[in-house]
Design a protein around this ligand. Structure first.
Ligand code: PA5
Length: 460
């Protein structure tokens, strides 16, 4: 069950002058070596604790599994309150593994697990609408926040805590809240401890968008019947694949190097296009990881440089009828990443009818599986022909093991790309600026200076 990475269509030999020459990779030898060394050093000395997650969580996994077993019968719905790195992974994994209409299945058909809802916005209409369809008595809320202070998540928690206590009383409502947060920092940890909520820990050295393989993602996944040990085993398998010194055989290094060279040539858009509905939300998760990690401003001695690629989410075959015209004939400022699947979870035959209409009858007797695969190959070809650089990641099947591989692949590739760009891939000053401005505008104590700075902005 090994994921495959095909980057032929990135190379000049295949795609023509818009592609990359092997000599361009050879020219980067010193920079690549430096990046490899930095990756090893950070892994050893701290700074990339997420790399160890596939190996160091036996106790966490066991705690999660026994907690899930002890509560799953009591609840019909499991609601995640989180945003960004505390929401996108849980959505992506659940959508990839479970039935596409999971929430609409009976509890029995869901394997006895509750429905999953992820509230990752503060749009009042959305949360109020959720209250129209869930029964508080039968709902467990998972508050996920690494910092323990994010306004969106904490305000949702405040609303729900009060609703629960009004309806069920303080003691009973404790059973309806489980927290996932830092071991000591932030507001949520002391709240969880004081109120007596069950809680899980996000390891200190693991940042939001790299936290899917911590309880951030593992608890919601296990709560929906997903095999979290297989997810971690897949990540460990990919880790092994990423250990080779042969750069051309190392999927994470190659992914990063090819995108790095592309960025240097002005290809500042990274399109992720899975050919499977189940993988659509992997695109959302990837978008945050790639954008927030690599979109950075840095000084290169002479001037300020802005790095990063803008991620675009597309879905095959749907977006063939929406975006592919642009990818084919529009500006050559993109790298298209196809994500394909060899074996879909089901097979669907197209009936052998309309044989008398040759322009329709040719579909009869085939399968949707063959059609979507062929469309993917045809789109890859169309882009190749037009000189649009593209690469393909193929999952033999979408299951926990292959999903663990692709998540870990993208994480390592992001770390490696950060080293090549010589930026800190693990901070997010631009996001913090917005968070701080919100605090200042909302009158949070300690933000007077920021408020004064904001008040000087041009009036609209
Ligand atoms: O990657 C990140 O660090 C961010 O996107 C966070 O995940 C996001 O801002 C939510 O933060 P928190 O988990 O602290 O509530």
């Amino acid at each position: 069950m090994k994921l495959r990475f095909d980057f032929n269509n990135m190379m000049t030999a295949y795609v023509g002058e818009n592609g990359i020459n092997e000599s361009e990779i050879a020219d980067l030898e010193a920079q690549i070596e430096k990046a490899e060394k930095a990756m090893v050093e950070k892994r050893t000395n701290g700074g990339m604790d997420w790399r160890e997650l596939p190996y160091n969580q036996a106790e966490v996994v066991s705690d999660i599994k026994s907690y899930v077993e002890s509560v799953k019968d009591d609840f019909d719905a499991f609601v995640v309150l989180g945003i960004g790195g505390s929401a996108l992974g849980p959505i992506a994994v659940q959508q990839a593994i479970n039935h596409p209409y999971y929430n609409e299945l009976s509890k029995e058909k869901r394997g006895g697990y509750p429905k999953l809802y992820v509230m990752d916005n503060v749009d009042p209409e959305k949360l109020v609408s959720l209250f129209n369809i869930i029964d508080l008595d039968k709902t467990l809320f998972n508050v996920i926040t690494k910092s323990g202070s994010t306004s969106e998540t904490m305000s949702q928690f405040m609303i729900i805590k009060e609703m629960l206590e009004e309806k069920l009383g303080k003691e009973e409502s404790k059973k309806h809240i489980v927290c996932t947060t830092d071991v000591k920092n932030g507001n949520l940890r002391p709240i969880a401890d004081t109120e007596g909520y069950k809680s899980f820990v996000i390891p200190a050295g693991v940042g939001g968008r790299f936290s899917e393989l911590t309880p951030v993602g593992l608890l919601p996944a296990a709560m929906c019947g997903i095999d979290i040990e297989e997810l971690l085993a897949g990540a460990a398998y990919m880790d092994e694949m990423c250990k080779t010194d042969n750069t051309f055989k190392n999927p994470a290094s190659m992914y990063a190097i090819l995108n790095y060279i592309s960025m240097k040539k002005g290809k500042n858009i990274s399109v992720i296009m899975p050919y499977a509905d189940s993988l659509k939300y992997i695109g959302d998760w990837y978008a945050q990881l790639w954008a927030e990690s690599l979109g950075k401003k840095y000084d290169n001695d002479k001037n300020v440089v802005n790095s990063g690629q803008t991620p675009v989410r597309a879905l095959g075959a749907t977006d063939q009828h929406s975006q592919v015209q642009l990818y084919s004939e529009g500006p050559k400022d993109k790298v298209i990443v196809f994500v394909g699947v060899d074996k879909y979870k089901t097979s669907l035959d197209i009936p052998k009818i309309y044989g008398d209409i040759p322009s329709l009858g040719f579909l009869g007797g085939e399968t949707h599986n063959k059609l979507i695969k062929t469309e993917q190959m045809a789109t890859e070809y169309a882009l190749l022909k037009s000189g649009q650089t593209n690469m393909t990641i193929t999952l033999p099947e979408v299951n926990e093991f292959t999903l663990g591989q692709i998540l870990y692949l993208f994480e390592v590739a992001t770390g490696f790309a950060g080293e090549l760009l010589n930026i800190n891939a693990f901070d997010q000053p631009g996001v913090e600026e917005g968070k701080n401005a919100t605090y200042a505008m909302f009158g949070r104590p300690g933000y007077d200076e920021k408020k004064a700075e904001l008040d000087k902005r041009p009036a609209k």
